[in-house]
Design a protein around this ligand. Structure first.
Ligand code: G3P
Length: 215
């Protein structure tokens, strides 16, 4: 499973990249706002850190506007993926971008039929939001399983990019189901390393090594 990092915080991306854990980056208007820097400058700085796909989200509500934005965003780097919201206008834009060989990521997916619609439009990635479904007591991971089944039934190339990840279990379940990608917040990425027995074992080894060095 590929790990994309879900942030526009370039320091966090750099730290994760140093551990070899950045196969790509996803951004959205909320993450860009949180990073607090110019949109283009942020995306271009991310492009100096990773050669992986960088999702840049369009803001327009019309396909025409989305395509105009896409024409600008693809000049910001060689690995730009155009992020488009799930809507009829968005699917028109995805179809047009796909015909031009421009990669797309359809976001704000909450049903398997939305994912199928996006795949039929030619989306490179679909981003089902597991955390926001969990937030309203709907098991988000079931959506991932449904999409996986449908995409496998018809050998669809569109990749499942699990988004709105809140904790390591989302990552585990996504990997067990066979999602292609999970985009993970930096804090959740660090949680993947942790286990009390690992910490305890490290402490013991350090203590024992001290005794050994004394000897
Ligand atoms: O990539 C989408 C992700 O950033 C949304 O996460 O926590 O706002 O549901 P969240």
């Amino acid at each position: 499973m590929q790990f994309f990092i879900d942030t526009a915080d370039t320091d966090a991306i750099r730290r994760a990249h140093e551990m070899g854990l950045v196969d790509g980056v996803t951004t959205n208007p909320s993450l860009i706002k949180k990073a607090g820097k110019d949109h283009k400058a942020t995306i271009q700085e991310i492009g100096t850190i990773t050669d992986g796909p960088i999702s840049v989200e369009t803001l327009s509500e019309t396909a025409e506007g989305m395509l105009k934005e896409a024409d600008e965003y693809i000049t910001w780097g060689k690995n730009i993926v155009i992020k488009v919201v799930m809507s009829p206008e968005g699917m028109k834009a995805v179809r047009a971008l796909s015909a031009r060989g421009i990669r797309t990521n359809v976001t704000l997916i909450f049903t398997p039929m939305q994912a199928l619609v996006a795949a039929k439009a030619g989306a490179t990635y679909v981003s089902p939001f597991v955390g926001r479904l969990d937030d309203i007591a709907q098991p988000g991971i079931e959506l991932i399983q449904q999409i996986r089944t449908i995409f496998d039934n018809y050998a669809l190339d569109t990749q499942i990019l699990v988004a709105s990840v809140r904790h390591p279990i989302h990552m585990l379940d996504a990997a067990l189901i066979g999602a292609d990608v999970a985009t993970v917040p930096p804090a959740t990425l660090l949680q993947l390393f942790k286990h009390p027995l690992t910490d305890q074992g490290i402490a013991t080894f350090i203590e024992d090594a001290k005794a050994w060095h004394k000897g």
